[in-house]
Write a protein of this length. Sequence first.
Length: 435
Amino acid sequence: MLKTSIMFFALVGIEIALALKSIHEQAVCQNLKNYVRIAEFLVFASLALTSVIPWGFQWYLAAIYLAARAVTALVSIIKRKERSYRAKKLIFYTAGALILVFFALLPAFLFPEYHIIPVTGEYKVGTATYTYIDENRLETYADAGGKRQLTVSFYYPKSIEGKCPLAVFSHGGMGIRASNTSLYHELASWGYVVCSLDHTYQCLYSRDAGGKITFISRDYMQDLSREDAEADPEKSFEYYSEWMKIRMGDLDFVINYILAQAAGGNEEEVYRLVDGNNIGVMGHSLGGAAALGIGRARSDVKAVMALESPFMFDIIGVEKGEFIWNEADYPIAVLNVYSDSAWPLLDRRRQYAENYRLLAAADADTFNAYIKGAGHFTLTDLALRSPLLARILNGRAATTETEYCLKTVNRLALDFFDCYLKGEGPFACEAVYGN
């Protein structure tokens, strides 16, 4: 953020200084402006090439903007064309340039440089990305077609002996598979194979193993915006059923595919490490709801961690404006983690009725944790990647530090899965974390 701010104020300052010089001299000062535009681009390019500015998508607009101005300036120098001075035109031109500077640097403000939280485990983390094709399912949305394709990313411990538990992650409603990268790295550093998948057309975008990008479905986005369990529980139940069918189908297929590769002798390192007898599933928001559903639907899943997620799959109908719930006990260990976004509302929102009931459950394998001062998106790495965007989406500023929140999520996940997937001691968590 500091580097972006310095660049912003430098460009704004230069633009204003050039305008004031023109006004003072009653001249366009075109040659001076041309050389300044070229110099701005050369300085930016030098900073990017020397990694003073870490190159990434957030700098694309700035690069295009500065390059376009440099090319225009170069053409002006070659043609030696002088423009006539007009004060109003100069003011409008300067105002427009300042607006363009703001928008060119906006992605860099939204996604400042950040560093992933250091892992605490002993193993170096390897990564791999694959795109799977489910031959038994067609794409659901109108803007799609053909067989359903799912891109997954693996995080696994390198140079480890023996087999490792498998932990599969499902992102939130408009998230991406990289939504909780710090969590994946932490678990992998302690001896877990972590697989995070993009729910194609239900994620903001998905870049497959070949580099092709698929964006979120407009129909799905409209459904998300329309869903309101308080106003129309019947329609919400329809949405929940559709979303769970798609997402749980994705999770089911990915788990089965990984297990088949592991059992079939696939020699790629990530598959050779998988212990098919110890499987955990986790997710955030809508992804956590799908993880909770898979925990009930599959007998080989031993534990589920849900980051602020309702039990959507357990809603089996609607009667007289109220959800009907599956009353059977949840069959496996479950850890529900909440923030300020949902914790105070668990007893007021229809879709969280099962979550609220479990707060007082006597089941020894049911756990609830509340990270006080955090927001819904503070439970994901978005709060690291884009503090401003996370704050906007949370609807308020988090009062708990992002790093503390994510480290708490990481520690809870590690201790929980160590207990239920590795059998390493009992698991216990505090009711409330934070100040």
